[in-house]
Design a protein around this ligand. Structure first.
Ligand code: FAD
Length: 399
């Protein structure tokens, strides 16, 4: 019996969930392609930056992960540069792969707006592991320098975070919480740290539940994070940030969490995209006019019943992946395809050590209990991937 050749482009939250589901059918021959050799758990980047986790804990090796399946999954570290949808071929920097079914799950990247002078040159993004690592080291080194110089000088450390969405808020809270503990545990004399969130909207966490927004706002203020709403960053230099209101702030470093755009592969693809450049999908998550090709995760925009865009989260990406795997199975077995009905199952916002706020299946939680819930969800997710990866590792190094 001929096998179904399935290519999954992108080993993120969406891609890996699709692989897991498709691999259950031994007639599926799956190739996973990613430009990086690892899966990066972006949802835990706040812990990486605040030294709660190291880079090994927020990544999973894709070679060993794929080897952990029953021989029907293989991984190649290759950068996908285009897709020939007509001839069903995926083109990478070094190869061409034929497919029967294709899933594009290349996610999104930080959008460094070109109209903001100096942004790309002087701000850090956190959507890529190497960028998050640079930033983590810079943060730690800056804290050390303040301690090293204390006794002779005590200048404040100024950190600016542009973007008051989920990632900006989580990182601000975690850094503030970490620094407060760091200074007080060590009784350092120089304790001046300013963390400022610059947010273009009227309040932080636009689009999220009002109660969560209010609680997060209170918590950030308790952690001494300064929030500047209704302002945009218009210019960045090595040492300063200029805001749309004219204010110029001194900064030691800046994180940009103020916008995302689809991965560069999406720009190269000759298919329909929306005004923001995301791939258009139909209600079955197929790419219109491209036979047997699907798109899932952050690189497409989907809508709920009220025509509101569904927030691009790991939760959304995984639900899309499950439906996509089911629809590929339906296509193979000549069954009708299923429409997506994707709803957020919950929102958990980490706000520093031992504190989170959450809304899960309509119920609110805050404080330590919400923190434990968030940690438990993260642990379950990473444990599952680690187990698979360990199985693959043992298989590769049998002796
Ligand atoms: C700081 C931060 C905190 C977050 N917190 C949460 C949270 O608490 N809860 C939540 O649900 N979501 C959260 N998110 C959002 C979540 O991380 C994303 O929605 C999720 O990663 C989307 O999954 P994805 O599979 O579509 O893309 P990704 O996870 O970004 O994966 C895309 C993959 O495609 C690969 N790729 C890209 N281009 C190519 C190419 N040309 N060739 C080959 N491979 C390619 C990449 O290397 C990557 O492995 C957070 C995001 C950030 C940045």
């Amino acid at each position: 019996m001929q096998k179904n050749k399935i290519i999954v482009v992108g080993g993120g939250y969406a891609g890996l969930r699709a692989v897991e589901h498709l691999a259950k059918n031994s007639q599926n021959d799956i190739v996973l392609l990613d430009k990086n050799p690892y899966h990066f758990m972006q949802t835990e980047v706040y812990d990486l930056i605040a030294n709660e986790e190291d880079f090994a804990q927020v990544s999973v090796d894709l070679f060993t992960f794929c080897s952990g399946f029953n021989e029907n999954v293989v991984f190649y570290k290759q950068d996908v540069t285009n897709v020939d949808f007509k001839n069903k071929k995926v083109i990478t920097d070094i190869n061409r792969f034929r497919y029967d079914y294709l899933i594009i799950a290349v996610g999104s990247r930080t959008k460094f707006m070109s109209n903001v002078i100096g942004l790309k040159e002087h701000a850090y993004g956190i959507k890529a592991l190497h960028r998050a690592m640079y930033f983590k080291q810079k943060f730690e080194m800056s804290l050390f320098r303040r301690v090293d110089k204390s006794g002779t000088s005590c200048n404040a450390l100024n950190i600016v975070i542009a973007g008051g969405g989920l990632s900006g808020v989580e990182i601000a809270a975690q850094m503030a919480s970490f620094s407060l503990e760091f200074y007080s545990n060590n009784n350092f004399i120089c304790r001046k740290l300013n963390i400022v969130i610059v947010n273009s909207g009227e309040h932080i966490l636009k689009g999220l539940d009002e109660k969560l927004v209010v609680k997060s706002d209170i918590r950030l203020k308790e952690l001494q994070v300064i929030i500047k709403n209704n302002r945009k960053v218009v210019e960045v230099t090595k040492t300063s940030v200029k805001l749309s209101c004219g204010e110029v702030m001194h900064m030691d470093f800046m994180i940009f969490a103020g916008g995302i755009e689809p991965s560069y592969l999406v720009h190269a693809l000759d298919i329909a995209k929306n005004n923001s450049g995301y791939i258009i999908s139909n209600k079955f998550l197929e790419i219109p006019d491209c036979k047997n090709a699907f798109v899932i995760g952050d690189c497409t925009t989907i809508y709920n019943g009220n025509d509101e865009a569904v927030a691009p989260t790991a939760d959304t990406a995984e639900q899309m992946a499950e439906l996509c795997a089911k629809n590929i199975d339906n296509l193979i077995n000549k069954r009708a395809l299923v429409e997506y009905k994707i709803k957020s199952r919950g929102v958990l916002i980490a706000l520093g050590r031992g504190y989170a706020v959450a809304k899960i299946f309509g119920m609110y939680f805050s404080g330590y209990i919400a923190f434990v819930m968030k940690k438990a969800i993260e642990r379950i997710y990473s444990k599952k991937l680690d187990n698979r990866s360990y199985k693959g590792y043992k298989k590769i190094f049998k002796d």
